[in-house]
Design a protein around this ligand. Sequence first.
Ligand code: T1G
Length: 703
Amino acid sequence: MCDLIHYCLEDGLALIGMAHPPVNALSQSLRAALIGACERAAADDKVQAIILYGEQGLFSAGADITEFGTDASFSRPDLPNTLVRLTEIHKPLIAAIGKLALGGGLELALACGYRIAEPGTRVGLSEINLGLLPGAGGTQRLPRLIGAESTLNLILSGEQIDAVRARRLGILDRIAASTEQLLDEARAYANELIDCCAPARPADAWPKPAEDLPDDFLARYRAEHEPLWKSRLAPRLVLSALEAACLLPLEEGLARELTLFKHAEASRQSKALRHVFFAEREARKIPGIEADITLRKIEKVAVIGAGTMGGGIAMNFVNAGMPVALLELEGQALDRGLMQIRKNYGISVKRGKMTTDELEQRMDLLFGTLDYEDLADADLVIEAVFENLEVKQQVFRNLEKICKPGAVLATNTSSLDVDAIAASVSRPQDVIGLHFFSPANVMRLLEVVRGKDTAPDVVATTMMIAKRIGKLPVISGVCFGFIGNRMLEPYAREAHRLVLEGATPAQVDGVLTALDLNMGVFSMLDLAGIDVSFLMRDSNRAAIAHDESYCRLGEELYALGRYGQKTGRGFYLYEGRDRKEDYEVVALAERLAGELRVSRRSIEDQEIHDRCLFMLINEGIQLLDEGIALRASDIDLVWINGYGFPAHLGGPMHYAEQLGLEKVLAGIQHYHHALGDYGEMWFQPAPLLERLVAAGKNRIEKI
Ligand code: T1G
């Protein structure tokens, strides 16, 4: 038997172990080996039952994603037909599931007649996260096992569920006592099935998957959920596949599923989401830093500042089971911070996501203090104090006196110069930027800002700890705004300038949300606070090239005390959670345009799209050229996970490649000439963009 499959015959049982590390991705070679082994077992009279398991423990993470979009995806034996064949084997086939069965991995287990899993197993049909739908029987077999509604919820969530819930739903027949006992219990299960002459496959638990549902269930489901799907294709295809499961015989349903899957696989949205999947894994790899570099031990964490950011940052580590010392200067501020953390966890308890015991266990990991001395044994210290360079430098000078050698000293600054902060201590090699996005305990993105002196092991250690606390770390070099906020500047500049030129905030935001961005520029600024963006720009005036032609609108609103949602008025009017256009803002824009001699006109949506997006893209390409961002896909991850850019567009860089770099450059050149002095000043194509187009390239990379 080839090395992808371990085949063992013992006491009438064929044990077939999949050995295709790291995740038993069901590539063509593994499919061929698997079907060969199963056919061998089916044909062997000495074999009375078959057990399928993951040789290294993990069962399977599904189809091989690298095959999608290539001929290998459906190269024989393709997965759908492989699984049909497994269902035809006339002997009990038991899936012994270790660790994970995702996507095609779970479909493989569903093609088996019986399923037993180890206690820590997680299963799911996660194809939706790749812009796909289950394409090897999941949309047809699972409804016949657990019903249409449970299947729909599981597929559309794309989530992994634990073994207990999977057992309760009926996906698993049994849960082994432990990981170590999984195979033994699978053997015992197989022998029980043999002894009681169990059928190769039990009868469908739900022969009519929707028999307990109203006739209009799917129509109502679509009507209720479609607005949330925005322009996403995959959820709509999933619904069509479930409809087939409810209305058609299995064989016809499988054919329908295959048609829908191929449509999804060929879609731009799935290509974009597959790009994002691999981008997230690529982001962990830092050129010049060996994957096996010795990391610093991080067991004790300290956070300085118990405000919104500091509290959120502390929660990340507490959630990962790590003790955190939370330092404040005043008792009241510390108490407020600890109370807010407790309140945040209390919301999770109310939502049933946490028990009160778990809340107390987490709070017990928090140690509030007013004394820097209590930070002496911390392995990692993160400051989240007021966004002012001098204040932060003083904090680091204090840390230098207190912290043990080798402690990592991190700043949560969102835009200040990390090198200037590092220069305030004599151990700059221990200093790094960890830019959390607010709310820090929710947002996945973490910009890891590498100073010029930051030690490689400090970079590698923080990348590891980021993953440990469930963050998506993206490396950035030091510049104003790092990657995300640096790109936000020109993107927001165009939005502001367009309002001076005749658009309204709602029109600009409408164009951006029509592209499926979570929020437009102005609703985002109202949420973050016009005061916050004003103070950030005010404290960095030298760092941001700007002219008042677009800053004045925000500055006037700031001066009027209109900070956005927090004051009920910003670019919009807020009544509770309702957001309304405010014609005073339009009148203000008209006045400012007069003062600044900006001519006003009716503006097409396409111009709004092109000016905002092309300037966003241009800045990203410039960041790549400067070496601030390591790769274009990192930039995509920042904007998807930090700014709500739709993942099904792949991020601004991937989107630019889909639009065509030539078109982006032509658009920038057009506005360079079409907008007078303003255009000449701001619509400067990034040299790398010009070089890529001149070289006939449409893939954004440094040349
Ligand atoms: N195919 C190919 N490579 C995969 C893979 C997959 N399914 N899953 C992981 N890898 C690679 C990954 O790129 C990385 O490679 C290495 O394995 C370790 O992964 C027909 C159509 C399983 C939870 O969506 O969610 O089945 O960077 O770094 O953090 O209906 O990987 O080391 O070179 O992520 O421990 C459905 C996707 C596919 C699961 C492990 N399956 N994978 O996370 O390690 S579509 C999925 C994951 C499908 C069928 C449909 C995670 C993980 P490298 P990792 P991890």
